[in-house]
Design a binder for this molecule. Sequence first.
Ligand SMILES: Cc1cc2nc3c(=O)[nH]c(=O)nc-3n(C[C@H](O)[C@H](O)[C@H](O)COP(=O)(O)O)c2cc1C
Length: 282
Amino acid sequence: MQYREPVTDLIRRRRSWRSYSDEAVSADQMGQISSFIESLDPPPFGTRLRFSLVEAHLPEKKHMPGTYGVVKGARNILVGALKPSPMDFEDFGYSFEAIILFCTQLGLGTCWMGGTFNRSLFGRKIDLGPDEVIPAVSPVGKPLAARSVLDSLFALSAGSKDRKAFSERFFINSLLSPLNEEQAGRYREALEMVRLAPSATNRQPWRVVLKDGSHHFFLARTTGYSRIFSGVDLQRVDMGIAMFHFEAAARQLNLPGKWQKLDESHGIFCPRGVEYRASWVV
Ligand SMILES: Cc1cc2nc3c(=O)[nH]c(=O)nc-3n(C[C@H](O)[C@H](O)[C@H](O)COP(=O)(O)O)c2cc1C
């Protein structure tokens, strides 16, 4: 799995698009996306995933069916499914974001959607098995220069352009001491890519602690969020996206390391509502 451009440029360029031109993705681009999907390495924790780029029928009013009027104009949608396993939602976020960034490289617009889509409709489109779950989908198409009113409202209400400061998401030795950009050293850019990651309603629930040369990823849950979509843990999907951004930037910078789930008592105190998820260990 490789990009032609520096992945950090793709991460900086990607934004959520909800209004598209009526054109379908070309056969050539469809082929490139399918080959990219086939070339994906297994995700860090080995979850069984599958992805399909399916066609959507565009009715006269041009709202994509199954997206509750949120997506306008697109004729293709990327649907992903997982088979449950201990790190399934992180693995899903990690691999789906790899595909989203490939679409970004092709000049196509995308939008992660974990809430505003009809799970049973898209389940039928990909023959979802009884033991499979669809955590999210994304329209894929040519973005319209002018966003629809609904698109602008969504982006505005989620505060999509805003990202928390480095010192509010990244820490050193404990979750109580903020990390500054100088202390981040060679990993500054990899952490910056975490900061720019998309997340459901832009909650940015990740916290990263640098300790003994390793980066430990924690999830600070938004209260009540996991109960909204039963069976789908969107904030763990957010975590997987952040992990992909971190690793892709680290690899671009030739920084070695791999993902591991360590003993939860790794010496970092976890306040209530914060969970340890995984570490990038050198
Ligand atoms: C896991 C996940 C689920 C999301 N679900 C939705 C959704 O259901 N509907 C929607 O319009 N946007 C959804 N978004 C898009 C976010 O609102 C958006 O990524 C965030 O506001 C940051 O904006 P940006 O993607 O333009 O950087 C989702 C994003 C993620 C990562």
